[in-house]
Design a protein around this ligand. Structure first.
Ligand code: NAD
Length: 254
């Protein structure tokens, strides 16, 4: 049984992490942190973000699981590095300098950043790389859909999928975000389309079209529990691990 702290605990994902952990026997939540005015979430008292250093020192958790906002995650990574507590973060929407700050912290403590903790997305990434290599010259379009409160666009997962495409393709390509007016497709470009509606947990679809055929690869998360389960698996994996910057793919590979 590992002991974790949860940050962003009052959010959609943080709450789901606490609820999912309470159904498991391999992990227990020893404290919860959020900037909310709520006093408790899913039965856990909520502590203020300013208390994080004291909470890390008092509880000595095996890992932190964070789904908050980029600026909070960067500060948290510093506190984790100082305390020697590994960090698993699912927060998305980081600027490049914020990612660099997380990488800096990973020199002192294990940091795992993943835009998507669904195992199906890991399988999709591998499949996308294979399809890109097998279908040179095919037109590729990416569409993602999320709930109407999502802040960042395109999603962190869409960016990870674009990175997988870039790895698999031999040539650079332009990413085109939506089209309007007279705007014909240029050879090689990848169109990226974002939809925000209702309470959609997360859908990603890649279309490969060419040679009188269309291949569509898609993934749909049906419950936030899938992300929470993956993040908790990552927390178990990272507990006691040496400093470094890790991905969810490292967890799946074992
Ligand atoms: P949300 O807005 O519901 O929750 C974010 C929470 O962070 C809020 O409760 C907010 O009060 C809290 N917060 C703000 N500042 C804080 C601070 N300084 N310290 C602690 N908590 C603070 O958002 P959400 O839907 O739960 O998503 C959170 C993040 O996780 C987003 O970036 C989202 O894109 C990402 N996400 C990742 C995955 C994944 O699998 N990696 C899955 C879903 C969502």
């Amino acid at each position: 049984m590992i002991r974790i702290g949860v940050t962003g605990a009052a959010g959609r994902m943080g709450r789901t992490v606490i609820e999912t952990a309470s159904d498991r026997e391999d992990v227990t939540v020893v404290f919860a942190v959020d900037a909310t005015d709520d006093e408790t979430v899913a039965g856990k008292p909520i502590h203020e973000p300013d208390d994080i250093a004291a909470l890390l020192a008092t509880h000595e958790p095996d890992a932190i699981v964070d789904f908050s906002v980029p600026e909070a995650t960067v500060g948290l990574a510093d506190a984790c590095a100082e305390a020697g507590v590994p960090l698993v973060t699912g927060t998305t929407g980081f600027e490049d300098d914020q990612v660099a700050a997380l990488e800096d912290a990973s020199g002192d403590v294990a940091v795992l950043k993943a835009a998507n903790f669904a195992r199906g997305i890991q399988a999709l990434l591998a499949t996308v790389r294979a399809a890109t290599e097998a279908l040179p010259g095919y037109d590729i379009e990416l569409t993602e859909t999320h709930h109407n409160a999502k802040q960042d666009a395109p999603s962190g997962t869409a960016k990870t999928l674009l990175e997988a495409l870039a790895d698999a393709r031999e040539e650079d390509f332009a990413e085109v975000y939506g089209r309007e007016g007279i705007d014909p497709r240029e050879a090689g470009e990848v169109g990226v389309h974002v939809r925000r509606a209702g309470d959609v947990r997360g859908e990603h679809e890649l279309m490969f079209a060419g040679n009188d055929e269309v291949l569509t690869l898609s993934h749909r998360a049906e419950d936030r529990g899938v992300f929470a389960a993956g993040a908790l698996d990552a927390a178990i994996w990272i507990a006691g691990r040496e400093p470094g910057f890790y991905t969810f793919g490292d967890v799946i590979e074992g």
